[in-house]
Design a protein around this ligand. Structure first.
Ligand code: CA
Length: 214
């Protein structure tokens, strides 16, 4: 019995030694661009522009609006994106409408273009970001500082479609788990939330982008 207890203590001790216990620290990055001239760089503005929606956008509503924009307190996942960019100094609607008009063949994944909703469709945003933003790794490796340093607050992440259901898009947070995996800021049905879904979303990450567009 004594020997058994000693073995158990050794096993527990070893597992404690082998488990990473230190928190991973990742150095944040800053954009050289401050589009709206408010003293906050674009990445920081996108991040804060997403975060301020928490508690304001409290509803998830898939409605179509003839003036394009949903009410201030509601929206879908993609509404987090244009709102964050709006407070950074960019008009995503105008940018996507112009690009779709100029290069319609790039947007064949959207068979029914409509300027009231083009900029709210995840696939259109994905096409636009793939063309103009900086594309980064879609792999997330917890505890791997080199990999995780590629994931920065203000980045935008897209996910594959839930079978027969919704596509998804989110803003990457600068808050991280102890293993370095960042939280995301997104609306998946309960208003805008900041939580641990980067690796917990039920579908694969299809794109990871950094807004390096002026
Ligand atoms: Ca700014």
């Amino acid at each position: 019995m004594k020997r058994f207890i000693v073995i158990i203590i050794i096993v527990i001790g070893l597992s404690a030694c082998l488990s990473p216990s230190k928190k991973i620290e990742i150095q944040p990055i800053r954009s050289p661009v401050d589009k709206d001239g408010d003293g906050i760089d674009d990445f920081g503005d996108i991040l804060e522009g997403a975060r301020v929606q928490i508690g304001v956008v409290t509803e998830y509503e898939t409605g179509y609006y003839t003036d394009a924009y949903p009410p201030e307190n509601s929206g879908v996942c993609s509404d987090v994106i244009w709102r964050a960019l709006e407070s950074t100094g960019y008009d995503l609607k105008e940018m996507i409408d112009a690009d779709m008009a100029a290069y319609p063949d790039d947007y064949l994944s959207d068979p029914t273009p409509d300027q009231n909703i083009n900029f709210r469709r995840v696939r259109n945003i994905g096409v636009f970001l793939a063309k103009y933003a900086k594309s980064l790794t879609t792999e997330v490796v917890p505890w791997d500082a080199e990999n995780l340093s590629e994931w920065q607050g203000g980045d935008i992440v897209t996910y594959d479609q839930i079978e027969g259901g919704l596509w998804h898009i989110a803003i990457v947070s600068d808050k991280r788990n102890d293993d370095g995996t960042p939280l995301i800021i997104h609306n998946y049905g309960y208003g805008v939330k900041e939580d641990n879904y980067l690796l917990n979303w039920p579908t694969e990450i299809t794109g990871h982008y950094r807004w390096e567009i002026e």
